[in-house]
Design a protein around this ligand. Structure first.
Ligand code: ADP
Ligand code: C5P
Length: 244
């Protein structure tokens, strides 16, 4: 039995990729399930890392004047409501180390070009959050970790009523009509079926501190592996092959 050790240095491009590719986390779940709250908790715990948050809301299509006139008939919970091509191109730039200007979305005027746009610099961790971020396979493929925030429908509705009446200035009748006509059916048809793609399902959202702690630990482990390559840029890969 001869043991042959083959020592190989990674190619330059493989090495560069290891340095530059950020760790991408997708956070999906129903509206008002606590996605933003969970993301904020993760970001807070990773304060010593470069982390950026990208919201799928920023990629809502702008409405035509006809659609604006009949906005109560518009389905904001359907996958077609989002400009996924634009989201993909922005994520691609970020993944390859370029800064992007992410549009701000205004829920009151239904416009996604509220000035100024938010400058997002390339980072170690990118969190992509939104109701339908697991819907398109090309977006899912960008993600190194997928989290689904799972909160009961009655809790989501109660939070939504409070948020939309207080923060968005909508009347309760409009909120309830939108919920039964669009939000609930779209959750059942498009959002819930994407739960199967999740690596981690968080029950009770931001109340679940243990889940968030475990997620942060895992991210730190993954970032540590990246850091090893930064500390030892000439790290050699050793293959061991056996011959009889
Ligand atoms: P999403 O991003 O999924 O829409 P948010 O994190 O923005 O959800 O939460 C929706 C609303 O519910 C917000 O007004 C938020 O303050 C509230 N909320 C979120 N998590 C909790 C919680 N654990 N307890 C009480 N209120 C919460
Ligand atoms: O932040 P969250 O994930 O809750 O945002 C998604 C929700 O925002 C969707 O359920 C959609 O109905 C709602 N929305 C809205 N008005 C808009 C855009 C989105 O009520 N102009």
């Amino acid at each position: 039995l001869h043991q042959r050790l083959k020592i190989e240095q990674p190619t330059t491009s493989a090495n560069e990729n290891m340095h530059k590719q950020p760790f991408v986390i997708g956070v999906a779940g129903g509206a008002a399930s606590g996605k933003t709250t969970v993301c904020d908790m993760i970001i807070q715990q990773l304060h010593d890392q470069r982390v950026v948050l990208v919201n799928q809301d920023s990629f809502y299509h702008n409405l035509t004047s006809e659609e604006l006139k009949r906005v109560h008939e518009y389905n904001f919970d359907h996958p077609d409501a989002f400009d996924t091509e634009k989201l993909l191109s922005y994520m691609d730039k970020l993944k390859h180390g370029q800064a992007v200007d992410i549009p701000n979305y205004d829920f009151k005027s239904y416009k996604n070009n509220v000035f100024p746009a938010r400058r997002v610099n390339p980072s170690d961790v990118i969190i992509l959050e939104g109701i339908l971020v697991f819907h398109d396979p090309r977006v899912r493929e960008l993600m190194n970790m997928k989290i689904f925030v799972d909160t009961d429908a009655d809790v989501r509705l109660a939070r939504r009523i409070r948020r939309d009446t207080v923060e968005k200035g909508r009347d309760i009748g409009t909120v309830l009509d939108q919920y039964s006509q669009f939000v609930k059916p779209a959750f059942d048809d498009f959002i819930l079926p994407t739960k199967k793609y999740a690596d981690i399902i968080i029950p009770r959202g931001g109340d679940n501190h243990i889940a968030v702690d475990l997620i942060v630990q895992h991210i730190r482990t993954k970032l540590g592996q990246h850091d090893l390559c930064k500390i030892y840029p000439n790290l050699y890969v050793i293959h061991s092959t056996f011959q009889i």
